[in-house]
Design a protein around this ligand. Structure first.
Ligand SMILES: Cc1cc2nc3c(=O)[nH]c(=O)nc-3n(C[C@H](O)[C@H](O)[C@H](O)COP(=O)(O)OP(=O)(O)OC[C@H]3O[C@@H](n4cnc5c(N)ncnc54)[C@H](O)[C@@H]3O)c2cc1C
Length: 401
């Protein structure tokens, strides 16, 4: 039997950050990082920018660390390696090549996969779901040949892909979204309508208030069909309807709840010595209360460092995180800080959309829950973070509504 001190399942940013966290406190313990992708851990948020549009950066520049970093830190990186079974009681995992590894401590960092709606034609050729480097490279190759591109969804990936692809010389991009505006959950209806106009002005054909009924074609996509009976010709469809956690490995165990793997404030699960980080981890939220699962890059980085420190046994660190997500579409850079999961009862807008510089404060029953920024500098964002954490009084202000 192969024996190691630490096993990390999933070589994404969560897994790579766990390695950093362990090595900061334990220079000697043996570490296996097993991931089923073939590329070294890479910067997923840069994928679209690096591969679509003007192809800024190269795949190498999106690497989190090069191969030498893993070697120098004595991390046994096993790429192209699916972990197929795990026995949480006996601390043994089985790899797709048949090897069994006994470990002292493990961290689940399996991330998530693109949601695939159960609709007709979802597996036709040229229907893309964007999650991995390979997915985006495959799309890019086809986008050089097929110029009629339909994007389904209204989230971050949908809008970023629409903005980048619409800048390709021959591309004609349409965006199908069931809501009447874009990002109105973050910006409110008024600015959501403004953003929709902005996309239309940049040449993106908007199909708002519409839902997808299916993809049509024989083997290869020809049209997308909407529930109100429209049929739109498309050489490429991108389905960007969110993600779901990869919990197949732990199915049937207490680590596989529908909303993720529950962890405590130290990011350890109920199974002693087994931790979870990144897109799968459902953690107690010290700032807004309740439990939260966040699909954000900085969250996975921070969780990786905290879990790694705690796994080393040399530290006992609590996870304390204020959600922060950034997104750039055309010349608009957005930052979203805080909790936007519930509809605001009041919005406060400051700034000017004509100059493309504004912020939107979200209140829920008098409590500030989140702030969305467009093209505003870092100091505004840092100030909002302090406000959201209730700094410096240790207590959050309640505004009378
Ligand atoms: C296109 C795209 C753009 C994004 N843009 C942003 C952004 O701008 N800002 C932001 O904050 N976030 C962004 N995100 C989200 C962010 O990338 C994720 O939150 C982050 O990657 C989560 O890290 P993770 O390590 O938990 O999971 P992942 O990065 O998904 O890594 C998990 C890895 O584990 C592997 N794995 C799963 N099961 C097994 C198994 N059984 N055995 C071995 N390996 C396994 C997976 O294949 C994967 O390689 C984006 C995501 C995508 C897809």
């Amino acid at each position: 039997m192969i024996r190691r001190d630490y096993l990390i399942v999933g070589a994404g940013i969560g897994g790579a950050s766990v390695c950093e966290g362990i090595r900061e406190h334990d220079k000697k313990g043996t570490i296996v990082l097993a991931g089923n992708e073939t590329a070294l851990p890479y910067h997923r948020p840069q994928l679209l920018k690096a591969q679509l549009g003007k192809r800024e950066g190269t795949p190498d520049q999106t690497q989190v660390h090069d191969a030498a970093w893993f070697a120098n830190n004595h991390i046994e990186l096993r790429l192209d390696t699916l972990v197929t079974q795990i026995n949480l009681e006996r601390h043994i995992a089985v790899l797709a090549n048949g090897q069994a590894i006994e470990f002292r401590k493990a961290c689940m960092a399996m991330g998530s996969r693109a949601r695939r709606p159960q609709i007709a034609g979802g597996n036709l050729g040229n229907v893309f779901y964007l999650r991995t480097l390979r997915d985006v490279q495959a799309l890019r190759e086809v986008a050089d040949l097929e110029h009629e591109i339909a994007i389904v969804g209204g989230g971050f990936i949908a809008l970023e892909a629409a903005a980048l692809l619409s800048q390709l010389p021959k591309a004609r991009v349409s965006l199908l979204h069931r809501a009447p505006h874009l990002w109105s959950r973050y910006l409110g209806p008024d600015l959501g309508a403004w953003l929709a106009e902005y996309y239309a002005d940049q040449g993106v054909k908007l199909m708002l208030n519409q839902s997808l009924s299916g993809f049509e074609g024989r083997t290869v996509l020809k049209n997308i069909a909407t529930k109100n009976g429209d049929r739109v010709p498309a050489g490429i469809a991108i389905v960007a309807l969110g993600a779901e956690p990869n919990l197949g490995l732990v199915a049937g165990t207490p680590l596989a709840y529908p909303h993720g793997t529950p962890v405590n404030e130290y990011l350890e699960t109920d199974e002693k010595g087994i931790f979870a980080v990144g897109d799968i981890a459902s953690y107690p939220d010290k700032i807004f209360g309740g439990v939260r699962r966040v699909e954000h890059w900085p969250c996975a980085v921070e969780q990786g460092h905290v879990a790694g420190a705690n796994m080393s046994g040399k530290k006992r660190v609590k996870f304390d995180y204020l959600p922060h997500y950034s997104s750039t579409v055309f010349d608009l850079h957005f930052d979203f800080v805080g909790d936007f999961s519930k509809p605001a009862t009041r919005l406060e807008i400051e700034g000017d959309r004509k100059n493309k510089k504004f912020l939107v404060r979200h209140f829920l029953l008098g409590h500030l829950m989140g702030v969305a920024f467009c093209n505003l500098p870092a100091e505004n964002i840092e100030a909002a973070k302090k406000e959201l954490r209730g700094w410096p009084r240790g207590k959050k202000a309640v505004v009378q509504e």
